[in-house]
Structures are given as structure tokens and as C-alpha cells.
Design a binder for this molecule. Structure first.
Ligand code: GLC
Length: 652
């Protein structure tokens, strides 16, 4: 190749993003609503930091005239909120909802037919299974055991659900978890567990937890809650945030937020609702929610694709929000790698688990968000540099992950024979990995057929643990190549007893034990071996598994996992996670009625019924990226060095 790699890449990519939407940005009627009706006010001093809150003194869009939220005598969640909502909702809301791909009807047939074809030995949720569940349920009730959901303050809704299908129950629970802000649904509470005495922040709307809820609503044709979520969290993004006088980068999205009802200034008899975000400044361990903004971009694209309403992503403020997230992620630092450098606990695993550095989960979400943003960005003056930086990063990132994170038998054997201390530009062992690092478990565990992306890569360190979300999202986003994606699914099949066992899906494998656990987790009692983040099993991961399976056209794997979950998830009251090597126990400190367990199951079922719908979440490289990537692969690894030529334009 005569051109330098980066030159070639840039050549291929310059001006690569097609003008997707010609938009008259000012014509969006949502714009009018959201731009003028909120008032930001600093209302509370907490220690040295000012907490800014987002107030609703007048209702958005659906409110006629001005509105002040009156005392509601309690929380804002669940059925109570629904009652209030009915009073406030006005006719215009329905009229405004956009017609899109209706997915709630007529697609059940695929599953039954396919299940027959797949010959799953009756292990799927066929009508027989549901009947079986119902019979079991009745038996339990007869025996006087606690039936589904009849806990503490449980209402008759739970009883009713026990005789309905698991799916109906899940929908009911999901709707009960909806959170309202000034009368409009804007998210779902993390857990709705009436038995829990230790709520912590599980009464908040978490950005990452809402994703499966949002997808379930989208696939059901209920778009309002997702649009509201997107637009309200966007407002939170521009909050001034500080922790001990330090402000994180602009563009950071919160980990979670809460709707609070507070007395109205100067009026003792009235209250108002405020949105109170947490950017990590109150979170346990003060962890930075790096994944929030990335998930937000992924959901925004899914919303547009599913509803057909592109007006949200075309709005000026939404475009700015996308760019702010991108700028934060693409900013120059000291890094040698194209992967995002983050602290421990900056994603779903939000406690210390030794995943600081360049964890796979963040890289997969980063790649996915870059591709989604690329599709949605409206080219305009001033964004060309950003788009170029984005394209450069996409290519470099996929190259880096596919090359250096991938392991299978062949690669493992290569690492096993690595020479070390190679000082040169064309070292084979670039990161100076000492072969002794290959853990004995991995030598046994690696199947002959299959492979996976390792958890993390740093100088002289490969974290060989299998992290599920990162691997599944690498498949969904196309960060893994087609061959690698199939190999990941092959490995899941080969290691079913370890990764699924009695409940899908293990968050990572294997668990840290003994001294390693002490040092790496800081002796965290919540993350003991085979519990919680340390090798616990999380039902919510079922939806990411299903997306990956649908993308690779291997639905039978997802169907099998769903059937495992169905055996007990509802009976166990939708736990947050399971413990032990085989996921036999409900997690030690697991919350029940965990919303993303419920929503994850629903999304998995909806996708199984309509695999095509997974396209709202999956991404593919377009031909420009494929070309740029192959240029990079075929380039001589000993790249020309020296002063930058004038033609090379690295722009950030
Ligand atoms: C736990 C999980 C985190 C999740 C939160 C709310 O902190 O580790 O991923 O978002 O609970 O469910």
C-alpha cells in the first residue's frame, strides 16, 4: 500500500457520513414544548455542593394552562401515580403519538412454529409450559405457600397475575414500575420490592436499567415514555455537577435520577415535583456512570428506528446532546490505545471488581454508540471535525479489540509461547504479556470450538475473565467480526453449564476467590465469590443475549435460555440476581421485582417472536468502514514513522 494507513483511512472516510435527514429543525413542535416550560433553579445546598434541580412548575405539552403539582400524600410510583395520571392526561397526548411499527400483534406464530422446527424438546414457553406453570401455581396456592407477588403490601393484582401467563404478569409489573413526572411517564423505578427494608437508591430511575424497559415499550408501540425519558435526561445532562469542588466533563449523563415532591418555595400548602439526578456524587463509591450517555445514544436511535419519528433525533438540543457525549469520549488524553480509559465501576458493574482501565463492556457500548451517533448526526458546519474523529476512532477501536482482545485456542497457544521484553516497533507481544498470566482455569475452560473477547487489556496485563455484557454487545454492535461473533455464541453453547446453568446469565466467569477477591474487590462482602457482580447470574442479561442471537440468526440459543429463566423467574419474584456457581439461589442481597429483570425477559420474548425487531438495536459496518478497516489490516504493522506529513489530519 503506498499511502500510510491513517492517510488511507482518512481518505476513505473523509466526508463519510451521508446526509441522512434534511431537517427543518425549528419546525419540531416538541421543541416548543421543551424549550420554554421548564425552570431551573438552585433550591438546595448539600454540603459544599449546590444541588440543582429541575423543576416542573407548569406541565409539559399535555397540560392545559399552568399546573402546580399538589401534595399526593406519598410516593409517585406505581398504581397511585397511575390514578393521578388519569386526571392529568389530556387528549392531545394520544393524538401526538407517532404511528410506527406495531409489534404487539400477529407475531406470536413465529415462535410456536420455530419452536417446533427447532425441536427444543418442549423446553420452551409453549402453551404447555404455561399451563404447567399455572397448574404449579395453583398447587402452591392450595398448599398455602406464598404465591406470586403476594408479599407485604401486595395487592390483588399480584393474585390475578398468578393465573395469567408469566408475560402478562411481567407487563403488569413493568407498568407498575413506571415513574411519572408532572403527569407524564418518564422512566421506570429500578426495583419495586415491597419486602425490602434497604431501598438505597433502588427507588430511582437508572439510565442503564431503563434501556430494556424502553425497548419493551418501543416494541409494544408505546413511544411516549421513551421520548419523555430521552428528552428529560437530556436536560439533566447539562446540569452543573460537582463533587468536592471538582466537575466532571460536560456531557456526562447521570447514573440515575429521582422524582421528588418538595414544598413549593414560599407556599406551605403546595408542592412541586423536581428531578434530582445523581452523576455519581452520591453513588456508593462515587463511581462515574460512563455507560449512561452511551446507552442514551443507543436508545435514541432505537426510538427513531422503531417509532419512525425522527424529529426527536433531529432536534437541535438532541444533536447538541449527542455531540457533547461524543466530545467527552473523543477528547485527547494520555492514551496510547483507542479504547476508552475509565475507572473501576463505571458501568453495569458499578463496584470495585478490577475492571478499571479499558473494560470490554465500555468499549462495546462505545463502539455501538459511535455507530449509532454516526447514523443520526446531521452534518452541518462545525461538525465535520467531530465526524472525522468519530470515523477514525471507529476504525482504530474495532481493529484494536478484534486483534488484541480476542482469544481462542489458537491465540491462547500463541500467548503461551510469547517472548517478552521486546523493544521494537514490530513486537509480536506488543503489550508485554508474561505467559505465566494465563490462569490454570482458562487452560481447562477454553473450548476447542469457540472463543471470546477478554475483559480488559493493559500493559503487561490481560484480564482473561469472560464478561458477558461486553461480549454480547460486541456481537450486537458488530464490534466482533462475523466469525468472532459466531465463535462467542459457540462458546456460550459449549459452556452452557457455567454461563447459564439454572438461570441466565452469568455476569462474568469465573468468580474471584480467596486472596484475589480480597485484593481486587477490597474484600467486598456483596461481591463474594459467585454472588452479585462476582460471578452472580443476572436475568436482565437475557435481552442482550437475545439481541446477539437474533443478529447472528441463532434464535434457538436465546429460546433455550428463556425457557430456563421461565422455570423460576416469576416464582422467585423477578430477582435482581442469583448466587452460586450454578445460579441455584436467589442472590443474598438481591432485590425482588427488579425492573430490568422483568423488562429483560419481556424484550427477549418480544424479539423471539419477531427477530427482525432486533434491528433497532444492532448495527453493521457500512462499506466505507469495511474498506478503511481492511486498509488497516493489510497495512504493514511497521508503520512509517517520522514527522506528521501535511496530508495527515488527525482531528479531535
Ligand atoms: C446495582 C447494579 C447496577 C444497576 C443498579 C440499579 O447497582 O450494579 O448495574 O444499575 O443496581 O439496578
Amino acid at each position: 500500500m503506498s499511502m500510510g494507513t491513517s492517510e488511507a483511512v482518512l481518505h476513505v472516510l473523509s466526508g463519510a457520513v451521508p446526509r441522512l435527514f434534511s431537517s427543518d429543525l425549528c419546525s419540531s413542535n416538541l421543541d416548543l414544548v421543551f424549550s420554554s416550560k421548564y425552570h431551573i433553579k438552585s433550591v438546595n445546598k448539600k454540603g459544599s455542593s449546590y444541588m440543582q434541580r429541575f423543576k416542573c412548575l407548569r406541565l409539559a405539552r399535555c397540560q392545559i394552562g399552568s399546573y402546580m403539582c399538589k401534595p399526593l400524600g406519598g410516593g409517585l410510583y406505581g398504581n397511585r401515580a397511575i390514578g393521578r395520571l388519569k386526571l392529568l392526561r389530556c387528549k392531545c397526548e394520544r393524538a401526538e403519538s407517532v404511528s410506527g411499527v406495531g409489534m404487539d400483534e400477529g407475531n406470536g406464530a413465529w415462535f410456536v412454529d420455530s419452536a417446533k422446527k427447532l425441536n427444543l424438546n418442549g423446553s420452551i414457553n409453549s402453551p404447555n409450559i404455561l399451563e404447567f406453570e399455572a397448574v404449579e401455581q395453583l398447587k402452591r396456592e392450595k398448599e398455602g405457600l406464598t404465591s406470586n407477588g403476594t408479599v407485604g403490601t401486595g395487592t390483588s393484582t399480584f393474585h390475578k397475575a398468578s393465573v395469567d401467563s408469566i408475560e402478562d404478569e411481567a407487563w403488569e409489573l413493568l407498568r407498575d414500575s413506571m415513574v411519572y413526572y408532572c403527569g407524564s411517564p418518564i422512566g421506570t423505578i429500578a426495583a419495586n420490592d415491597p419486602t425490602s427494608s434497604n431501598v438505597l437508591n433502588y427507588d430511582q430511575v437508572f439510565i442503564r436499567d431503563f434501556i430494556p424497559s424502553g425497548i419493551a415499550f418501543l416494541l409494544k408501540g408505546e413511544y411516549d415514555i421513551v421520548r419523555n425519558f430521552i428528552l428529560h435526561t437530556l436536560q439533566l445532562q447539562s446540569w452543573e455537577k460537582t463533587m468536592d469542588c471538582h466537575s466532571p466533563g460536560q456531557g456526562l449523563m447521570p447514573a440515575s435520577f429521582k422524582v421528588r415532591t418538595v414544598p413549593l418555595d414560599g407556599d406551605d400548602s403546595a408542592t412541586e415535583e423536581v428531578l434530582d439526578p445523581d452523576f455519581g456524587e452520591a453513588a456508593i463509591g462515587r463511581v462515574a456512570p460512563v455507560d449512561s450517555g452511551l446507552w442514551w445514544i443507543i436508545l435514541l436511535r432505537a426510538y427513531g428506528k422503531c417509532s419512525g419519528d425522527l424529529s426527536v433525533q433531529e432536534r437541535v438540543d438532541v444533536q447538541t446532546g449527542i455531540k457533547m457525549i461524543l466530545r467527552l469520549c473523543l477528547a485527547d488524553g494520555f492514551d496510547m490505545f483507542p479504547t476508552l480509559l475509565v475507572t473501576d465501576g463505571s458501568c453495569m458493574i458499578d463496584r470495585r471488581m478490577g475492571i478499571h482501565g479499558h473494560p470490554l463492556e465500555i468499549q462495546a457500548l462505545f463502539y455501538s454508540a459511535l455507530l449509532c451517533a454516526r447514523e443520526m448526526l446531521t452534518p452541518e458546519d462545525g461538525s465535520a471535525d467531530l465526524i472525522r474523529a468519530l470515523n477514525n476512532r471507529l476504525v482504530a477501536l474495532s481493529f484494536h479489540i478484534r486483534e488484541y482482545y480476542w482469544i481462542d485456542m489458537r491465540k491462547l497457544n500463541e500467548i503461551y509461547r510469547y517472548k517478552t521484553e521486546e523493544y521494537s516497533y514490530d513486537a509480536v507481544n506488543k503489550f508485554n504479556i508474561y505467559p505465566d498470566q494465563i490462569s490454570p482455569w482458562l487452560v481447562e475452560w477454553m473450548p476447542n470450538k469457540g472463543g471470546f473477547l477478554i475483559g480488559n487489556l493493559q500493559p503487561a496485563h490481560m484480564d482473561f475473565r469472560f464478561f458477558s455484557l461486553g461480549n454480547l454487545w460486541a456481537v450486537a454492535s458488530g464490534l466482533a467480526t462475523t466469525d468472532q461473533s459466531h465463535a462467542i455464541l459457540d462458546l456460550i453453547e459449549a459452556k452452557w453449564a457455567d454461563l447459564v446453568a439454572d438461570m441466565p446469565f452469568k455476569i462474568c466467569y469465573p468468580a474471584l476467590e480467596g486472596r484475589e477477591w480480597q485484593i481486587i474487590t477490597g474484600s467486598d462482602p456483596k461481591n463474594t465469590p459467585w454472588s452479585y457482580h462476582n460471578g452472580g447470574s443476572w436475568p436482565t442479561l437475557l435481552w442482550q443475549l437475545t439481541v446477539a442471537c437474533m443478529k447472528m440468526n441463532r434464535p434457538e440459543i436465546a429460546a433455550k435460555a428463556i425457557s430456563v429463566a421461565e422455570k423460576r423467574i416469576s416464582r422467585d419474584k423477578w430477582p435482581e440476581y442469583y448466587d452460586t456457581k450454578k445460579a441455584r439461589f436467589i442472590g443474598k442481597q438481591s432485590h425482588l421485582f427488579q425492573t430490568w429483570s422483568i423488562a429483560g425477559y419481556l424484550v427477549a420474548k418480544l424479539l423471539l417472536a419477531d427477530p427482525n425487531a432486533a434491528k433497532i438495536l444492532t448495527t453493521e459496518e457500512d462499506s466505507e468502514l469495511v474498506n478503511a478497516f481492511s486498509c488497516m489490516i493489510s497495512a504493514n504493522p511497521r508503520r512509517k514513522r517520522g514527522p506528521k506529513s501535511l496530508k495527515q489530519t488527525y482531528i479531535v
